[in-house]
Each structure stands twice: as structure tokens, then as C-alpha cells.
Write a protein that binds this ligand. Structure first.
Ligand SMILES: [Fe+2]
Length: 406
């Protein structure tokens, strides 16, 4: 948007009637120049600087529209015949700016009228064949801190939130399996609305897992179209201090779901749970965000190869690229399998690597940062439709056919 301002003072000898006639002519401008937006004209009330008596401000969508207005015959004849003879001094500025959509409402932050979704991801629940081995892996290779531990389950946390991984002992399994994901919700009102959406869409409202009920005010669970349990709750409990672990994640950001029921799954999270699409890799992946404004707090991807559903990875954000590389060095040192090495993500602008030991469940993605939308972007961002090309996933891919190594 281009804002054009004109500050001016009438010449001293100009009488009141002429002044009023000239101001009236300016007030008629929006009717003559339809490209003009947000016309305003007022008397200078500043007590600091009385150089000019009036300012007019107008907006144009582009510089070309501004120039077309300035160079129009009607404008030039107005300036020549009516303006210059009566004006003592003037100052003109034109500048480009990005409008804040909420500025009209007189508020400093974005105001949203859309129904809200969950706030953000808090935890994943993973059933593992060997509890102790999984704890050791998550402590050393992901940087989590163990908080509670029985023979049946363990809680590990990344930051102040009560836990980011809940492990469940499942000796009958050979591979770890993610069975539930937990999301906090910002208020009881939003929680109630989400529960109503779930009922209206014909899904069954389930109770939170019994232990989880102690760690929040209220909540419910629902199975997504793949049977993955999604737990939604308010006031997830937290610790006063973050773990005293220097190299650890700061946040659990998202799960990445791979499903044969791609459309149904995207519809469920978007239409029922009110996640907002941030971007699409056409025909393959949708990135969805929650109210914490991370580019994605959930990703859903099509499984073309089989009918299997699985949580492919969980993403943890570290403090820095240095910390990511230190964790990568640990993985190399211990021979922990790196499933996908350094990737520079196009959508979320993060650099990450992925470890995958199937005994511990999904891949663990450790990234250096994750794009966070501004409040304005969160309300106005238009989801991009990106071509299914490896460079739209990793900007460090050199060519369109470089699909390996993901
Ligand atoms: Fe990810």
C-alpha cells in the first residue's frame, strides 16, 4: 500500500471563504479518483509544530495508481488553477507500508472472529517394548529429563510443561508405537466448542486417560479417523523451572502423521478440531497450525504405499543450530540411526535431522527453530499450494528428482 500525505498552510492573504472552498474541493477527491482509499483531511492540532495548518492523507494500492492520480489532467489543472494561487507552503510525502488489518478496530493485536483450535502440542504417548532403553535414548539423544518412573510408565519433559513424552511399558511389542497426542486448549470456552464440534461431526467423546486427568483442569479425548487418540485439555500443569540440562529441546512442536485416509484426516483436524492449514505440498502433505502460531503443530501426509497409519515423527525445537549439531554428534558417536540427515525445511524454515530407532517409536526430529506466525499472519495467511518437488520440502536439494535421503 502507498500512503501519500500532503501538509499545507494557506497563504496569509487568502480569505476564509476561499480556504473553505479549497478544502471542499479536496474533500471531493475520493469521488473523482476511485483508486483513492482511506481519504482523510484534518486541521493540525499539534502544539509542537504549527508549520502547517492542515494535512490530507490518502492511500493507493500501488505506486502506479498514485502516479496516475498525480499526473491526471484533472489533478494537474486543479494544482495549477486552484491550489498554487492560495497555498503558502506545503510538504508532500509518499511511502509504502503494509496495512495492519486490525488497525481499523483500534486494537494493537490481531482480533480473531474465527473459531479457535487447540493452543499447541504438549505431549505424545508412546508404547515401547523396553521402558528403560527408551528412557535412556530420550535422555541422551533428545535431551529430555526424566521426572516420574514406575515399571509401567515414565514421564519425560523438555521444558516447564509437565511432560512432553509419556512412555508406556509394552513388552509384547517389538516396535514402539505412538498411541496418543496431547494438545492444550486456551480456555474452557474453546474446549467446550471443540467438544461440541466433535459430537456434531459424529465422533465419540472419550475421557482423558486417567493419569492425564490429574495434570490438567478439564478435557476430553477423541479418536481421529485413523484411531490415534487426541487428548485436549486446559491448564496443563507446569514446573516452576525448566530442567537444568543445557542441551535440551525447548518445545515439542508437532507430530507428523502418515495415513492412507489423507483427505478424511485433514478434514477432521481442520473442520472438527479447527486447526488452520498453513501450507500444502499438493497431493501429499498438509501442514496445520494451532493457536500458538507455529507454522505447523500438526502435519498430515498421504501414505501411498500401504494402508498403514503411523506417527512418522515428533519434532522437538532446540535452542540453536549448535545444539542440533551437538545432538547429531552424539547420534554419530553412539551409532544411533540417522534416518534423514540435515534438512533445511522450506515450509517451516528450520534446519533439522531425524533419528529413528524403531524400538522407541517414531523418528525424533531435532530442529534449530520453527517459523512462528505473527498474530496478523495467523489471521490472514493464505496457505500456499506447493508443488510436490523435493526442493519444496528441503531448500538444499539441488534438483527436482532428488527424492532420496528423506
Ligand atoms: Fe517435522
Amino acid at each position: 500500500m502507498i500512503r501519500h500525505t500532503l501538509s499545507f498552510r494557506f497563504a496569509d492573504e487568502v480569505d476564509a471563504a476561499t480556504r473553505e472552498r479549497t478544502l471542499d474541493a479536496l474533500r471531493g477527491f475520493p469521488a473523482h479518483y476511485p483508486d483513492m482509499q482511506n481519504f482523510s483531511l484534518g486541521e493540525n492540532i499539534s502544539t509542537r509544530d504549527r508549520t502547517f495548518t492542515h494535512t490530507m492523507a490518502i492511500d493507493f494500492a500501488s505506486e502506479a495508481e498514485l502516479v496516475a492520480y498525480l499526473e491526471s489532467d484533472s489533478h494537474e489543472s486543479f494544482v495549477r488553477e486552484q491550489w498554487r494561487p492560495v497555498i503558502g507552503s506545503q510538504a508532500i510525502t509518499s511511502f509504502e507500508y503494509t496495512p495492519r488489518p486490525q488497525a481499523d478496530a483500534g486494537r494493537s493485536s490481531a482480533v480473531s472472529t474465527r473459531p479457535h483450535g487447540p493452543f499447541g502440542m504438549e505431549f505424545a504417548r508412546i508404547e515401547v517394548p523396553d521402558l528403560q532403553e527408551a528412557i535412556d535414548f530420550l535422555q541422551y539423544h533428545v535431551g529430555l529429563q526424566l521426572e516420574q518412573h514406575t515399571d509401567e510408565y515414565a514421564y519425560l519433559r523438555a521444558d516447564i510443561e509437565h511432560h512432553s513424552i509419556e512412555l508406556i511399558s509394552a513388552p509384547h511389542r517389538t516396535d514402539g508405537v505412538t498411541t496418543a497426542v496431547g494438545y492444550s486448549v486456551e480456555s474452557e470456552d474453546v474446549l467446550e466448542q471443540l467438544q461440541k464440534n466433535v459430537v456434531d461431526a459424529g465422533y465419540e467423546v472419550l475421557a482423558l486417560q486417567e493419569r492425564q486427568q490429574q495434570f490438567c483442569d478439564s478435557g476430553f479425548a477423541v479418536k481421529d479417523p485413523n484411531g490415534l487418540i487426541v487428548e485436549l485439555f486446559t491448564e496443563f500443569q507446569e514446573y516452576a523451572e525448566a530442567p537444568h540440562v543445557e542441551i535440551r529441546p525447548l518445545d515439542l512442536v508437532h507430530p507428523f502423521l502418515v495415513t492412507p485416509k489423507y483427505t478424511e484426516t485433514v478434514d477432521f483436524y481442520r473442520d472438527v478440531l479447527k486447526f488452520v492449514p498453513s501450507d500444502h505440498i499438493v497431493g501429499s502433505t498438509t501442514f496445520l497450525r494451532a493457536e500458538d502460531r507455529y507454522h505447523h503443530s500438526l502435519a498430515v501426509s498421504l501414505n501411498r504405499g500401504s494402508d498403514e497409519f503411523f506417527v512418522a515423527h515428533l519434532c522437538f525445537a532446540m535452542k540453536s543450530l549448535d545444539h542440533v549439531m551437538r545432538m547429531r554428534a552424539r547420534a554419530l558417536y553412539k551409532g544411533a540411526p540417522i534416518a534423514s540427515d540435515i534438512v533445511n525445511h522450506s515450509a517451516s524454515t528450520s534446519i533439522a535431522f531425524y533419528m529413528h530407532d524403531t524400538r522407541f517409536g517414531p523418528r525424533f526430529e531435532l530442529c534449530d527453530r520453527h517459523r512462528v506466525f505473527t498474530p496478523e499472519e495467523h489471521e490472514t495467511h493464505r496457505a500456499r499450494k506447493m508443488t510436490a518437488d523435493p526442493r519444496n520440502i528441503d531448500v538444499w536439494r539441488p534438483a527436482a528428482d532428488d527424492w532420496g535421503r528423506f
